[in-house]
Write a protein of this length. Structure first.
Length: 338
C-alpha cells in the first residue's frame, strides 16, 4: 500500500458505469478537481481529464504527468466478461490498485480466477459493494447492535421497480436474478453471515401488453444462514413503484430501513416499527464506497467491508438459486411482497 498523497485515477471502460457512476463520484469527492484518464476505444469527452484509446496510452499519460503506474487507482468498468483480460493486462504494466465494477466476472469460474489472481500478485482489488457501504446500512447496524430490537431472527430485503422498457431494449440479463438480487445477496452475507442452505427459489415472467418476457418479471430467494437466521430476498420488476427496503425482525421488534430509490433524492431512513424511533440519513453509497477505497489505497483506512471472496460466495449462491428456480419450464406467478 502506497503512502499518503493524491492517487491518479484511470477509468478503464468509459460507458455508463465509468462515465456516469465512477467519474461522477470522483467529481463529487474532489469537488471537480480530480484529473481522470479515461480508457475506451471510442473517443470520448472527459470533463477535467483526457481520453486515451488503450491501456498503453494510459501508461504513457501517467508517465507524462509524473506518476508511477503502481500509484494509480484503476477503475475497471469494462463488461464483466472482459474483467479477467483487463486485470491481467493492467497487472502486466505494473498496476496494483483496482476498483472492480460488479458483477466481478461473467461466471463463477472467472470470479474464482480473479480471487486467485489477486492473491498471487498481491494486488489490492476492491469490488464495488454499494449497500454494505451505505449510511442506511450503517445506521441499521448501529440500532441492532444497541439491542433496540433484541436478537435478529430474520431479514427481508426488497428491491422492486418498474423495468418494462429497459427489459425490452436490452439483452444484458437472462433473468430477474441478475438485476437486483446480486446487490441484495451481497448485503445479506454482509449482515447475516455465511449461508448454510438456499431453502427456496422462484422466478416469473414479465407481463406486457403483447405477451410476456420469460424470466424477467421478478424473483424470490430464501436462505438459511449458518447462525440459524433466515433471509428472504424479493424483487418485482413489474412493480408500479420503486422500493429499496430492508426489514430486520428481532426478538423484541422490527427495524425497517428504506434506502434512496434513485439519484433524485439521496436521503434514506431507518425506523423501528410501531415506535417513535426514526433516523434520516443522507446517503450516497457508491460515492462513499469509492471514497473509502481511495482512503484505503492511501493507507489511511481499512478496506471497505466486502471483498472478492464475499462476491464469489454471492455469485455461487445466486447460481444455485437461479438453477433451482428454473429447474423445470414453469414460471410461477408472483405473490405480493411482505
Amino acid at each position: 500500500m502506497r503512502k499518503k498523497g493524491n492517487s491518479p485515477s484511470v477509468i478503464v471502460g468509459y460507458g455508463h458505469a465509468g462515465r456516469d457512476l465512477h467519474h461522477r463520484a470522483l467529481r463529487d469527492i474532489t469537488g471537480g478537481r480530480s484529473t481522470v484518464i479515461a480508457v475506451d476505444p471510442r473517443p470520448a469527452e472527459v470533463a477535467g481529464g483526457e481520453w486515451v484509446p488503450d491501456i498503453r496510452g494510459a501508461v504513457t499519460a501517467l508517465w507524462a504527468a509524473g506518476h508511477r503506474v503502481a500509484d494509480a487507482v484503476f477503475h475497471v468498468a469494462v463488461p464483466p466478461d472482459a474483467h479477467r483480460d483487463c486485470l491481467e493486462q493492467l497487472l502486466h504494466v505494473g498496476a496494483q490498485h483496482f476498483i472492480l465494477e460488479k458483477p466481478i466476472a461473467h461466471t463463477v469460474q472467472e470470479a474464482a480466477h480473479l480471487v486467485d489472481l489477486a492473491e498471487a500478485t498481491g494486488a489490492v482489488v476492491l469490488p464495488m459493494s454499494v449497500w454494505p457501504a451505505s449510511r442506511v446500512t450503517e445506521a441499521a447496524e448501529e440500532l441492532v447492535a444497541s439491542g433496540t430490537i433484541g436478537e435478529p431472527v430474520s431479514y427481508h430485503m426488497e428491491q422492486s421497480k418498474p423495468r418494462f422498457r429497459r427489459s425490452l431494449q436490452t439483452q444484458g440479463h437472462g433473468s430477474a436474478f441478475e438485476v437486483e438480487l446480486p446487490h441484495q445477496l451481497l448485503l445479506a452475507l454482509h449482515l447475516a453471515g455465511p449461508v448454510a442452505e438456499v431453502t427456496g427459489s422462484r422466478g416469473w415472467d414479465l407481463p406486457l401488453p403483447a405477451g410476456r418476457l420469460a424470466r424477467l418479471g421478478g424473483a424470490e430467494v430464501t436462505l438459511r444462514h449458518t447462525s440459524g437466521v433466515r433471509t428472504t430476498l424479493y424483487t418485482d420488476l413489474a412493480s408500479p413503484v420503486r422500493r429499496r427496503r430492508l426489514h430486520i425482525h428481532g426478538t423484541e421488534g422490527t427495524l425497517v430501513a428504506d434506502y434512496p430509490v434513485s439519484g433524485d433524492d439521496d436521503f434514506g431512513q431507518v425506523r423501528i416499527a410501531g415506535r417513535p424511533v426514526r433516523k434520516v440519513v443522507q446517503d450516497a453509497p457508491l460515492t462513499r464506497f469509492i471514497e473509502q477505497a481511495y482512503a484505503h489505497f492511501r493507507g489511511e483506512a481499512p478496506a471497505p467491508r466486502s471483498d472478492l471472496a464475499l462476491h464469489l460466495e454471492s455469485m455461487e449462491l445466486l447460481d444455485t438459486a437461479r438453477a433451482a428456480a428454473f429447474a423445470d419450464s414453469s414460471t410461477p406467478a408472483p405473490q405480493e411482497a411482505a
